[in-house]
Design a protein around this ligand. Structure first.
Ligand code: UDP
Ligand code: MG
Length: 139
């Protein structure tokens, strides 16, 4: 387990509307280093397994449809206490509840289209990073 990495996705709504640059600038400004990054279009199967913990919830099908609706940027980020620090930077899941100045407050358009993903534990950060990146793709 590595407490210095987290996994993030810049979600389709943000990529589609040209927010990738501004979001990366905020991530950089907050002191995170990019350890790995690539643009991918998630398949339905990938989105379903990535969000498997939410299977059966009323928002699951819509979430999978949204996450596969266009390309995303997936990335591994490095920072001391990365998971917690990154969750602070992105703000609450619901942008209406997110603190001013957070990425979701600035760039989310709804609870579903909330611009970015951030891992919720060190264990999930490892799992999610491994879902998209092999060891040789990390720096
Ligand atoms: N989501 C949704 N409706 C909800 C709750 C969540 O569409 O009522 C979506 C949203 O995109 C969120 C993702 O499902 O980011 C995963 O939900 P989770 O509760 O894990 O929130 P997160 O960890 O992303 O803050
Ligand atoms: Mg979550």
């Amino acid at each position: 387990m590595n407490e210095n990495i987290t996994f993030s996705i810049i979600k389709p709504n943000a990529v589609r509307t040209g927010k990738t640059g501004p979001i990366l600038a905020m991530i950089n400004e907050a002191g995170f280093e990019i350890s790995a990054m690539k643009m991918v279009r998630m398949t339905t199967g990938q989105a379903e397994s990535f969000y498997a913990v939410h299977k059966g919830k009323p928002f699951f099908d819509g979430l999978v449809e949204f996450m596969t609706s266009g390309p995303v940027f997936v990335m591994i980020l490095r920072h001391a206490n990365a998971v917690e620090e990154f969750r602070k930077l992105i703000g609450a899941t619901d942008p209406n509840k997110a603190e001013p100045g957070t990425i979701r407050k600035l760039f989310a358009v709804s609870v579903q289209m909330n611009a970015v993903h951030g891992s919720d534990s060190d264990e999930n950060a490892d799992k999610e990073a491994g879902f998209f990146f092999s060891t040789s793709e990390r720096f």
